[in-house]
Design a binder for this molecule. Sequence first.
Ligand code: ATP
Ligand code: MG
Length: 569
Amino acid sequence: MKASQMLISTLKEAPTEAKIDSHILLLRAGMIKNEVAGIYNYLPMGLRVLNKVKDIIKEEMDAAGAQEILCSAVQPKELWEESGRWFKYGPELMRLKDRHDREFCLGPTHEEVFTSLVRELVKSPKQLPINLYQIQTKYRDEFRPRFGLIRSREFIMKDAYSFDKDEAGLEKSYQNMYDTYSRIFTRFKLNFQPVLADTGNIGGNGSHQFMALADVGESTIIYCEDNHYAADQEKATTKLDGYKGKAEAPIEKVATPNHATIEELVEFLNDDAKNMAKTMVYHDFMNEKFILAMVRADREINEIKLVNESGSNENYLRLATDEEIASLGLVKGFIGPVNLNVKLDIYVDEELKDMNGFLVGANEKDFHLANVKYGRDFEGNVCDLRMATEGCMCPVCGKPLKSARGIEVGQVFKLQTKYSDAMKCTYVNEKGQNVPMVMGCYGIGVTRTLQSIVEQYHDEFGIKWPLNTAPFHAVVVPINAKDEAQTALANKIYEELKKNKVEVILDDRDERPGFKFKDWELIGIPYMIICGKKAGEDVVEFKVRATLEKTEKSSSEAISTVVDAVKNM
Ligand code: ATP
Ligand code: MG
C-alpha cells in the first residue's frame, strides 16, 4: 500500500481525556477515534490490527474444536427473564423498546441466547459435547468508561459456550479452553498470568481470569512467589494467622467519647487495630434487608465475598447511608453485634471467630465494648469476608503473599447447570430422563486485548507491535521523494516484499524524512527500510522498531531479513 493513498491520521498530542500510555498511543497513532464516552471507531491501521487479533483467536478456537457462529446483539427481554438476569444485571444492561413497546437489551454477554439456541437445535446426547463461539460486539453501560478500549461501553468479545452431558465432560471442556487461552495469549506475546477468579454476574462455581500484567491494570492479583497460589483480589483467600488477641475476659463497657473511627480508637486506647473488629452496615436491595459485616479492624471487607455469602448481587448491595443507619436505631461509629435492638443478618469473618475477645461498638453513642467474644456474646454467619492483601499468608504454604496489577483480558467459567436448569436446556439420557446439559462459558476481551498489547509494547516514541499483530510488517521510506535512485530502489524493495507476502507500505509522501520516521515509529511498524544517500550502491538503512537498532544492509539482505521474520512469526 502506498502511504499517499492511506488515511494516516497521527496526532502530535492525544486528547486530554486519555490518561494511560496505551490509550494515548492508540489515539495518537490514528488507530481509533472516540465517538462518545466509551465508544470508539476503528480507523484503517486499527482495524488491521483488530482483524489480526481476531484471526489469531479464531485459529486457536477452531483448532480446539469450537465452532464459530454469529448471534445478534439485540436480545429479547423474555430470554433474560427466563434466566432471572433482567432484574439482576442492573443498570449496566442497555435496555431498549421497539415501536410496539416490546423490550430488548443490547447483549453484554450471550449465555441466554446460546442456551436457547442449543436447547432448540441439540436434541440427542450424540451431539454432545459441543462448543460454540462468536466474535461479536457487546454493550455494557459501564458506570465509568475509561482507559479507551480497556473499559468501554461498546467492545468486541470472543465468547464461547460449551455444553456437556456431565461434570466430567465439563472438566475436559474447561481444561481445553484454559489451555487454548494460554496458547492465545502466548501468541499475542503478552506477559500474562492465569488466576483464580470470582464468577460475578455470570454465575457458576469455578473460574479463572487471564491477566495481562500492567501497572495500569484495574485488577489486583494476589500471588505466592513460590507459585502455590494466584487469585484475583476479589476471590483471593488467605491462611488464618491464628491471632487470638488478649486473654479471655468478661465484656467491659469502655467510654470512647467522640472516637468513632479505627484510627481514633487505636490512638485513644493506645491499642492495636488487630484487637478490634470493624462492623459495617450494608443495604441489600435485592432481598430488601440490612446486613452487619465484621472483619478484624486491620483488614478491609471484601464486598464481593459478602455478596456471595449473603446471596445478594453486586448491583444491589451497598453501604447503608447515615439516614438508613439512624433509622435502624444504630449510632454511626459505635455499631456492634451485641445489644442490637434491631434484627440484622450478621456476617463474621473467620479470623474473629477464634479470638479470645475484641473491641466492638456498644450501639450507644461514645461507648465501645471490650473483650467481646464470638459464640459467647453474639452469633452470626462465619465466613471468609476479609480482603486479601500483600503480606497476608499464602493459603497453601503460609509464605507472605505478593500483589501485582493486571488487565483482565479473558475469563473462563464453569457454569454447571445455572442456565440449562433455568432455561430447560436438556437432553434425554440412557434412562429416558430429561437432564440439564452441563455448561461452561469462556470470554476474551478482543479489543481490550488489543490495547493490552500496546500497554506492554511501547516506548516514548510510540507502539512497538509484535510482528504478528502489527498493522503492516514493514515500511519502505525513500528519504527524498524526488531522488530517482532512492525512489527506484524503494520501489524495487516494495514490489519484492509484496511478492513475498510481506504487508508493506511505501512511504511515497512528499514530506520531510523526520516527519515520516516519526509517523512510523508512533504507529509501530516493526521494520523500516530507508533508502537514502547510498541507494545508488544498493545500500539501505534497516531499522528495527522494537530495539531502535539501525544497521546498513544491501537491499537483498534487508528483504530476506523481513521475509524470513514474517515466515517465522
Ligand atoms: P470487568 O471485571 O473488567 O468489568 P467482567 O469480568 O465483567 O470484566 P466478563 O463478563 O468476564 O467481564 O467478559 C469477558 C471479557 O470481556 C473480560 O475478560 C474482558 O476482557 C472483556 N470486557 C469486559 N468488560 C469490558 C469492557 N467494558 N470493555 C472492554 N472489554 C471488556
Ligand atoms: Mg470477567
